[in-house]
Design a protein around this ligand. Structure first.
Ligand code: 58G
Length: 224
């Protein structure tokens, strides 16, 4: 899969060169292309934003640089083009899985007060939000989406990593422990050291169910 990000702040995406995603990129499990929208401006001062028609605070990103950038990176409109916005449908685990099956994603990051509506109407397939809050830019939401989607690309995680997760579908994760057996008076539950894998499975399922009921009853279809 290829992910193209369109942004006025390409340097922010250096975060995706570390850790698991950094390795996955080096291993060519997916390709991340970060494109500076400013490179596509036709303005002699490389301007990409302007005052809003109708007045109001702040600046609006101009349609022209966005349109030219999108047409340059996705000329035949083969890609799924996404604008990160608080107006979008909320990103969920199941939406991330379906996005991971795409060949090419183009992610548009807005800044300031947003982008000219015509850029959205002409060039964007869907708006996605990472949650009900407003941020100064779409860059962090784009990185959240990329991280979430990349986990489902073959070879990014070790083969077993997604197994437990899907098996505990719609439940919170059970508690995890590592060495030492005792830390500040708290010990690792006996069952996890028993070597009885059927018993461990049962314990983890029960922990996940009880934790979900206590912290996220909505996930079990119960009243909150
Ligand atoms: C209001 C304010 C509408 C995504 C700003 C649009 C993007 C939150 C999310 C904007 C974002 C999210 C400009 C800055 C979009 C534009 C961007 N904030 N919840 N801010 O996913």
């Amino acid at each position: 899969m290829k992910i193209t990000v369109l942004t006025l702040f390409p340097e922010m995406f250096s975060a995706l060169s570390s850790s698991i995603l950094g390795r996955a990129r080096r291993d060519k499990k997916f390709e991340l292309e970060v494109v500076d929208i400013r490179d596509y401006t036709e303005d002699k001062h490389r301007k990409c934003d302007d005052y809003p028609f109708g007045g109001g605070a702040g600046m609006v990103m101009m349609a022209q640089p966005i349109g030219s950038a999108i047409e340059a990176v996705d000329p035949g409109h083969g890609a799924r083009r996404i604008y990160l916005s608080p107006k979008g449908k909320t990103l969920t685990q199941s939406r991330a899985v379906s996005l991971s099956e795409e060949e090419h994603l183009v992610l548009l990051c807005g800044h300031y007060e947003g982008v000219d509506q015509r850029a959205i109407d002409l060039f964007i397939d869907e708006e996605i939000s990472i949650g009900d809050y407003v941020l100064t830019g779409g860059e962090l939401p784009a990185m959240v989406l990329i991280d979430c989607v990349a986990r489902y690309i073959d070879g990014v995680l070790s083969p077993s990593s997604l197994v437990d997760e899907s098996f505990s579908e719609n439940l919170l994760e059970y508690p995890q422990y590592t060495r030492p057996v005792e830390y500040r008076g708290l010990t690792v539950p006996e069952v996890l050291r028993s070597g009885d894998h059927a018993e461990i499975d049962r314990w983890r399922r029960e922990q996940a169910r009880a934790l979900t009921k206590k912290l996220r009853p909505d996930l079990l279809g119960e009243d909150v």
